[in-house]
Design a protein. Structure first.
Length: 95
């Protein structure tokens, strides 16, 4: 398991945050929420053009969306069976 310091260092350096929600209640877990909210606040300080957030929601119902602030940014729904290939395409598009 990685230490909190390692996770926060990675969040500080990252230009993109990709959140993959296997279930909606996982996106509401305290530590998950803390990580994406921390990244969001850093993004607001640095400017939205320098950092981006993407959320992938495999097998989520059509009318569902991620919690704020994730819902304010790009989010994608996909079938669970294509998650790996969809994630690969997103990563390739980010360079």
């Amino acid at each position: 398991m990685r230490s909190a310091g390692t996770i926060f260092a990675a969040l500080e350096e990252a230009r993109n945050l990709i959140v993959v929600g296997s279930r909606i209640d996982h996106l509401h877990k305290n530590w998950v929420n803390y990580e994406y909210t921390s990244y969001f606040h850093k993004m607001m300080r640095d400017g939205r053009d320098k950092r981006r957030i993407f959320t992938i929601l495999p097998d989520f119902p059509h009318d569902s969306k991620p919690p704020a602030p994730l819902s304010d940014f790009q989010y994608f729904k996909c079938p669970r069976h294509s998650l790996a290939s969809d994630l690969q395409r997103l990563l390739e598009s980010l360079g």
